[in-house]
Design a protein around this ligand. Sequence first.
Ligand SMILES: [Zn+2]
Ligand SMILES: [Zn+2]
Length: 125
Amino acid sequence: MECPKCYGEMGTVLNEETKVEQCQNCYGLYFDQLTQELLPGLFGKEEIDSGSDEAGSAYDELVYVDCPKCDKIMDQRKLEDPLSIRFIRFECCPTCNATFLDAGELRQYLSAEYLEEFKSLLPEK
Ligand SMILES: [Zn+2]
Ligand SMILES: [Zn+2]
């Protein structure tokens, strides 16, 4: 599969209830589906997010991302950063619940400061 954001080559980094692929170019993570129900399956798996924060922020501004499964533009979900005044964003497909996070975002969102807010932005099931 191609990275929906930079068209780099993707490789599988987690193959459980939620299948996760990582881009070898921008290190973004693609989840074939991510919901509130599936989120606990990622606890303790933060190491799959091996890209640096710098690698992620380089792609933060690209706004339109097509879902690789549905070919539709993915929704932008915004989350208020509790530690600064800016927003942090991620892409979620409203049709199939596919989700794309830039490098470093999974580690950030699974931390105590962000977890509840991140969860509230995911589809329930
Ligand atoms: Zn990429
Ligand atoms: Zn989709």
